[in-house]
Design a protein around this ligand. Sequence first.
Ligand SMILES: *[C@@H]1O[C@H](CO)[C@@H](O)[C@H](O)[C@H]1NC(C)=O
Ligand SMILES: *[C@@H]1O[C@H](CO)[C@@H](O)[C@H](O)[C@H]1NC(C)=O
Ligand SMILES: *[C@@H]1O[C@H](CO)[C@@H](O)[C@H](O)[C@H]1NC(C)=O
Ligand SMILES: *[C@@H]1O[C@H](CO)[C@@H](O)[C@H](O)[C@H]1NC(C)=O
Ligand SMILES: *[C@@H]1O[C@H](CO)[C@@H](O)[C@H](O)[C@H]1NC(C)=O
Length: 784
Amino acid sequence: MAYALYLLFLLLLIPFSVVAQTNGNITVGASLSATDEASSWLSPSADFAFGFHKLDNNLFLLSIWFDKIPDKTIVWYANEGQPVPRGSRVDLTADRGLVLINPQGEELWKSLSITGAVAYGYMNDTGNFALKDGNSQDVWASFRFSTDTILPTKIMERGEVLTARQTETNFSPGRFQFSLLDNGNLVSYVLNLPTNYANEPYYHSDTNDDANSLNSGSQVVFNGSGYMYILRVNGQRFMLTQGDVVSTTYFYHRATLTYDGVFTQYYQPKNSTGNESWSALWSAPDNICTRSHMTQASGICGYNSVCRLSADQRPICECPPGYSSLDPNDQFSSCRPNFIQGCYDGPGPHSSEDLYSIEELPNTDWPFSDYMHLQPFSEGECRNSCLQDCMCPAAIFRDQTCWKKKLPLSNGRTDRTERSKAFIKVGKGNFPQSPRLIPTPKPRKKNQDTLILVGSVFLGSSVFLNFILIAAIFLGFFFIYKKKVRRIHRGESIVETNLHCFTYKELAEATNGFKEELGKGAFGIVYKGEIDTGSGNFVAVKKLDRMVQEGEREFKAEVNVIGQTHHKNLVRLIGFCNEGSQRLLVYEYMRNGTLASFLFGDSKPSWNMRTQIAFGIARGLLYLHEECSTQIIHCDIKPQNILLDDYYNARISDFGLAKLLMIGQSQTHTAIRGTKGYVAPEWFRNMPVTVKVDVYSFGVLLLEIICCRRSVDMETSGVEYAILTDWAYDCYREGTIEALVEGDMEAMNDRTKLERFIMVAIWCIQEDMSLRPTMKKDLLHSLV
Ligand SMILES: *[C@@H]1O[C@H](CO)[C@@H](O)[C@H](O)[C@H]1NC(C)=O
Ligand SMILES: *[C@@H]1O[C@H](CO)[C@@H](O)[C@H](O)[C@H]1NC(C)=O
Ligand SMILES: *[C@@H]1O[C@H](CO)[C@@H](O)[C@H](O)[C@H]1NC(C)=O
Ligand SMILES: *[C@@H]1O[C@H](CO)[C@@H](O)[C@H](O)[C@H]1NC(C)=O
Ligand SMILES: *[C@@H]1O[C@H](CO)[C@@H](O)[C@H](O)[C@H]1NC(C)=O
């Protein structure tokens, strides 16, 4: 027993003895693999390790790190910061240096600049990993290819660049760089990604002396004692580190361009027990928010946002009141107004005081985007002038001067030393005012919800009948509206905005005696017809069967309303027939059929096409709800009622008919209109029907467009996925929205948009209709 324990003890000891015996030398032919066990090459003191660092996402980063401290801070990384999967390998070869390959054997990265055959590798106690030739000369060294961090004994030459990572845990190149320029100036600047266009620096050492080039900087030295300075050509030093530096014998030092753009020298005791972490010694610039002036970029933070400095000299980006972040996952995201900006010409109140208020942000400035300079001007005049000016989203006041600003606002900053005061215009009204645009959906009583949805599926008819209906309904209504149409038969010309009044006989001829059925809808059967015989001018003729008999005048009035409704995302009504009991409508013919057959057909349409279709539907609905002279509630938005024209533009059909059928009935409560699965809960609750019912249906439809599946699908999905709205809501809440677009790489790679679409959809299907957005421009904006 004791012997066994002793053996175990010896076994436990083995890894430590390996550590103890390392001399930093790595022989050619050695390799490391990315596995859970520590896999690294150590420096003689074991302060630094080179190898695969396991990241939180179960991937591995080929890198160099401080191995003795608890958080194993990474100081260098290969492969542009791209992590690799488990089972990847790095080999030390004589002819190609370090070679990183994935489990499939594909080469992902190799050390460049090999100037001779490699004899061995060496992990130095300085944190530099070098490849040496037979004469022990470096042929490659990690110090020559610094990523975002430098260590004592590193010298930066002119032209060398440090690039910040994207976030603390995403090591891909971000937009901040720190570089000793060829003219000797040490600078930090922001790149306009994806190009490498560099904006005006927000930090500069001013060690570029055009008149006396001997004064210019030639190197940035981080010496072995932990001091940093710029060495001028004439040998003088421009100290970067101020004051005394704690000894490198007892402290680790590093200097990093952090992902938020601040270059900072840190130290940490070597005998740290796990509690201490890195402390900052100095930073450049001292205040990144107030130092930046980028005329062609958003500044440190995104557009319309404001930068302020945290206690540890790092930037914090915040949206002003009334604005919200475009991408809550991105710290530097731009902000957009939660309300309609600009000169409002819709219905409702128009006075500035009714629509907007002015919020005051003390010690805040947006230094650019002026469109008007007013001086002398009082603070009250400035505030009021912006409020009354529909062009003015914000104004800055300082020293009896008022600058009116236009969007987007850039380089926003707030700081106690800032003497300006900002006035920002904020919309009142229905718009969510909280920093988050999308209200967090109320946890819903799932069973009840499911009941409603399932109930609505079976409403009034059997599943089978529903299926037949959905399959048959509206395979097209539709029609090509060419100018020729106006030459119909009698050569009679009609004014474009006027509807043509057909006789029943004409339409019977055009449809060849109502022979070819295109579809069967809630309002009657649709037939394909041809006007101007032989020239291929197809129309869709809808024979209304459920028309209430009375109401000749109302019919004409409604048809006129529909006829005056022109929008590129609506199917156009060309004419009608009103003869005795016969009522027919003649529409453009849409060659590419319904969105339903397009979405749920055999081949999935591309993500891009789907998003364009969603925009189209939103625009069409916005027009019906807000922009046409008579507001039209569609009441039956579903993929069978969206048609696709020759260019696959979404065209809403059947609008205006709900009203037609309601003639003579009470406006507020009617028999349930609309199609099961898409109807808003208020239909069931004896509540007034408003435009919000369309918003609800649009939300459901949007989810169908995102996922390419029907809102209720009992057959192919499991029980828990059968109701799309519930499933999508669960995925959104659990942060697993990828599951909704499984296998759709295009959608997955467009995560920001995907997430935005899902958020908008969930916003639309709020049970409480007052929480749903209106189809106003802000819903459209949040989609785009
Ligand atoms: C590492 O290897 C080189 C070349 O074989 C040798 O010259 C050097 O002494 C070795 N270093 C140590 C510490 O063993
Ligand atoms: C390790 O780094 C130090 C400091 O730069 C250097 O003097 C030394 O030669 C390096 N060791 C090897 C084996 O390259
Ligand atoms: C590093 O620079 C400081 C300040 O100039 C100097 O006091 C120190 O001796 C230098 N250390 C080394 C190792 O050169
Ligand atoms: C670490 O070293 C410093 C000085 O060398 C000493 O004062 C301190 O007590 C040590 N801390 C620990 C936890 O050993
Ligand atoms: C560790 O940190 C905690 C809280 O930050 C502190 O209370 C405690 O004294 C620290 N322990 C040591 C050994 O420094």
